[in-house]
Write a protein that binds this ligand. Structure first.
Ligand code: SF4
Ligand code: ZN
Ligand code: ZN
Length: 318
């Protein structure tokens, strides 16, 4: 039987890209992921010449891979990269991720800025979860809303033109299907993957890895020897997301390329959805919002109300 060879250079392959039929060696695989990301950025006009890019870095494999790729793509160009690190305050978990994030920034000589939930909101995520009495408010809902805001505030403070987040193809599709299955068309309309600048954030957002499957990012991080946080967050409870992940992976195995078809459908649907998002300003914090009180203020006032009631239990009686 003929020996397997990389389709590009003839070396021994390390990866079979089932949806395109390519066999790639380590060097060609790494180059191909960088090139695919470069094409995504260019195809969707994600960056302009000279943009200062704030990369949202959690310390996980996706964000550290994104940092490596963007550092490679922008080398020798006018664009500048800074890393935006948010410390949610999750004891025994976040410290290691922040350590990996700083280590990678130092290796790549990328300036980094850290903002903690404690600094931004006067409470850590751990403290927020302890205050929460309404268990229907998932930890990830609190964390996600506060983190998106914290990244936006930090980006504004640092003078960033665009925030790059590390959502990969699988993340984008899972979120789309989760919203679809819950009947939340409004959220799908708001989640326009290519146009998140508009009403709900201070700084434009892009997802340069949206066309890279999660498995390729994991392999990229492994082949490049990028150290990243492997432990799972203690609050993670993503049962529906995990189910959707398994379904999508099974379908992709049976029908290679189906994830890219779904991405194309998602982009077409969101670009044609004509749901007018309300463009209001939060009456408590002045931040852009689609409601009179923004999601972050609703969460924080709910938690602080719980704190007051915990200190003065009589006030909870009706
Ligand atoms: Fe935050 Fe949930 Fe992610 Fe943990 S799993 S870091 S709580 S969003
Ligand atoms: Zn090769
Ligand atoms: Zn607000």
């Amino acid at each position: 039987m003929a020996a397997l060879r990389c389709n590009i250079c003839g070396e021994a392959p390390v990866y079979y890209r089932y949806y395109s039929g390519e066999k790639l060696c380590k060097r060609c695989f790494i180059e191909s992921v960088i090139e695919k990301t470069r094409r995504t950025i260019s195809k969707y006009k994600m960056l302009s010449h000279g943009d200062k890019i704030g990369v949202a870095v959690s310390g996980g494999k996706d964000s550290l891979t994104l940092l490596h790729i963007l550092s490679n793509i922008t080398r020798g160009h006018a664009s500048e990269i800074v890393a935006l690190i948010i410390d949610e305050g999750i004891e025994g978990y976040r410290e290691e991720a922040v350590k990996h994030a700083i280590q990678t920034c130092e290796e790549l000589e990328i300036e980094y800025h850290i903002l903690s939930f404690k600094e931004a909101y006067s409470l850590t995520l751990d403290e927020a979860i302890k205050l929460r009495r309404d268990n229907s408010l998932a930890a990830c809902t609190i964390c996600g809303a506060l983190r998106r805001r914290a990244i936006d505030l930090l980006a504004k403070e640092v003078g960033v033109d665009v925030i790059a987040t590390a959502h990969n193809l699988d993340d984008v599709l899972q979120t789309f299907l989760m919203n679809l299955f819950s009947g939340d068309i409004q959220r799908i309309a708001k989640s326009r993957v290519l146009d998140e600048s508009s009403e709900l954030f201070l700084v434009k957002r892009i997802k340069p890895l949206m066309e890279i499957p999660e498995a390729e990012i994991a392999l990229f991080a492994y082949l490049k020897g990028i150290p990243f946080q492997r432990a799972s967050c203690p609050y993670m409870n993503e049962s529906i997301r995990s189910e959707i992940r398994s379904i999508l992976n099974e379908m992709e195995l049976k029908h290679p390329g189906i994830k890219f078809n779904l991405l194309r459908s998602y982009l077409k649907i969101t670009s044609n959805l004509k749901i007018e998002a309300k463009r209001l300003v939060c009456s408590l914090c002045g931040y852009p919002s689609s409601n009179p009180i923004c999601g972050v203020c609703t969460i924080l006032s709910g938690l602080r109300g719980e704190a007051k009631r915990a200190k003065h239990p009589n006030t909870t009686k009706t």
